[in-house]
Design a protein around this ligand. Structure first.
Ligand code: ADP
Ligand code: ADP
Ligand code: ZN
Length: 216
């Protein structure tokens, strides 16, 4: 199964992708996580991507398309995968369709997570992750069970993303509305778009996604 989680920054894509990865055995492919790893490792791709990410702008299509093409060729993707943060432009969506067609595959469902812009800003401003295992948390919406200790791995180290600040969020939301929202009609025309209420609480959103996946 090939599933895309589509939604603005802070919509809950990563949170839900990790849950579905665990419950359904689909590999989560997050271009944001891959790019952050490349930046941290100071690879050629990372060095190119950094200034765009810091400014809240999209990294160029050929860079992210190349990353995804290499990633989906790996063996763990054979049973299906869940794309989180890719595609983000129509050119990326077309490139994805082409690479899948070559393997006789196609996108099974695109799940649009609808969330108001104001809620997104609060979600992003309060977001942090475990530095060891990347589990996601929020200052008010999703705290670890024991304050300061990661539920998943017990680590006490947490990090906040450099681009999760109120200034950069505005450009990221603009990029979403201008460059990514055109994917909605693109996938609607293909009959694969499913829209869910991303304003609901985290468990409710998971239930809505499971309902979509069960119906496929
Ligand atoms: P995305 O991957 O779409 O950018 P995340 O999954 O990282 O978004 O979620 C952004 C922040 O909002 C995180 O801190 C997460 O804990 C929190 N969050 C995710 N889903 C919800 C929800 N349904 N309600 C409230 N907060 C949420
Ligand atoms: P969020 O869901 O909070 O916007 P991501 O982790 O998906 O964050 O992305 C972080 C940054 O990485 C983006 O602002 C952008 O600069 C870059 N990025 C991630 N995925 C893509 C993509 N598919 N195309 C272009 N840039 C991307
Ligand atoms: Zn952890």
């Amino acid at each position: 199964m090939i599933i895309i989680l589509l939604g603005p920054p802070g919509a809950g894509k990563g949170t839900q992708a990790k849950r579905i990865e665990a419950s359904r055995g689909l590999v989560q492919l997050s271009t944001g996580d891959m790019l952050r790893a490349a930046v941290a490792n100071e690879t050629e791709v990372g060095n190119k991507a950094k200034e765009f990410m810091d400014a809240g702008k999209l990294v160029s299509d050929d860079v992210v398309i190349g990353i995804i093409e290499d990633r989906i060729a790996q063996q763990d993707c054979e049973k299906g995968f869940l794309l989180d943060g890719f595609p983000r432009t129509v050119a990326q969506a077309e490139a994805l369709d082409e690479m899948l067609a070559k393997k006789g595959l196609k996108v099974d469902a695109v799940i649009e997570m609808k969330v108001d812009d104001e809620a997104l800003i609060d979600r992003i401003a309060g977001r942090y992750t475990c530095a060891e295992c990347n589990a996601g948390y929020h200052d008010t919406n999703l705290k670890p069970r024991v304050a300061g200790v990661c539920d998943s791995c017990g680590s006490t180290n947490f990090i906040r993303r450099a681009d999760d600040n109120r200034e950069t969020v505005v450009s990221r939301l603009e990029a979403y509305h201008a460059q990514t929202a055109p994917l909605l009609p693109y996938y609607r025309e293909k009959g694969v778009l499913k829209t869910i209420d991303g304003m609901a609480d985290i468990d409710d959103v998971t239930a809505q996604i499971n309902q979509v996946l069960d119906a496929l």
